[in-house]
Write a protein that binds this ligand. Structure first.
Ligand SMILES: Nc1ncnc2c1ncn2[C@@H]1O[C@H](COP(=O)(O)OP(=O)(O)OP(=O)(O)O)[C@@H](O)[C@H]1O
Ligand SMILES: [Mg+2]
Length: 258
């Protein structure tokens, strides 16, 4: 039986970017089963760009990405689409469909990929996912009727619709107050523990990385490559200067908060 800490996603000398413009070069890391893997770095350093490659939206400019040992981008489109069903994604500007209720929003991916389910089964699954993120009973509400924090959790419920092995969250706490942001961190940890999913969490300033991250990848905008990879406490103590500064600034801000 495979251990909980097997690598699910591996980046091998990955070059991230657009067209001929490489934004991050030579990225090397692996995300293990059941871990929270944080991608951090200043605004514009290429975190969301890397995510686009990892979730299968756009091919990297170089290198390989292995998903459960399979070279993702070497696969034909149909196989990639099949593998993508194991990816749940919360985009940076996570938009729920405004004209649809939460139930309908969550049923959308289910209808597309679970065509054998009847209406009642779909509704039941949607209710289950909403309950999982603390929105039980909100099935018939529209996104506009929710607070910002609730909307983030609803988008998370939609990302969970297909029981993904991997969950990719791009700055899920952006725009939330510290309390709601902490609640979301708690939820992320709960989801990891209850679902056994691996979580790739992108953030550019997150005082809470010390609570949620098992491993951190630091992308540097200036050199255009990764500066550090490891558990946050280790990077804080022994990481490169720039990474230590980045982490110190964040913890100091967190400690100073009332
Ligand atoms: N569709 C695109 N085509 C070309 N370049 C792009 C595209 N999207 C983003 N970029 C460029 O890629 C670089 C990295 O952007 P990216 O969105 O990945 O940064 P980020 O680290 O996610 O920043 P933030 O923390 O602000 O979200 C930026 O210089 C940006 O202008
Ligand atoms: Mg981004």
């Amino acid at each position: 039986m495979p251990s909980m800490m097997d690598a699910v996603l591996v980046a091998e000398r990955l070059d991230a970017g657009y067209g001929t413009r490489v934004i991050q070069r030579d990225l090397q890391f692996s995300v293990r089963r059941g871990e929270v893997f944080v991608v951090m770095g200043a605004s514009g350093c290429g975190k969301s760009t890397l995510l686009r490659h990892l979730i299968g939206l756009q091919a990297p400019l170089g290198g390989r990405m292995l998903f459960n040992g399979e070279d993702f981008w070497a696969q034909p489109v149909a196989r990639r689409a099949k593998l993508q069903q194991d990816f749940g994604v919360l985009y940076q500007n996570a938009a729920l469909w405004g004209a649809m209720t939460l139930r309908e929003n969550i049923c959308l991916p289910l209808e597309a990929y679970r065509p054998n389910l009847c209406r009642a089964e779909l509704a039941e699954l949607a209710a289950l996912k909403l309950a999982l993120v603390g929105l039980g009973g909100c099935d018939e509400l529209y996104p506009a009727e929710l607070s910002g924090g609730m909307r983030k959790r609803a988008a998370l419920a939609r990302a969970l619709a297909l029981d993904p092995q991997m969950l990719f969250l791009d700055e899920p706490s952006a725009g939330l107050d510290p309390i709601n942001s902490m609640a979301l961190d708690e939820l992320i940890l709960q989801l990891r523990d209850s679902l056994g999913a691996s979580i790739v969490l992108v953030t550019h300033e997150l005082p809470s990385i010390f609570t949620v991250a098992d491993t951190c990848l630091f992308l540097d905008g200036q050199s255009g490559t990764q500066l550090a990879l490891g558990p946050p406490a280790e990077l804080l103590a022994h990481g490169p200067q720039a990474v230590q500064r980045f982490l110190r600034r964040d913890t100091r801000l967190a400690e100073e908060a009332p």
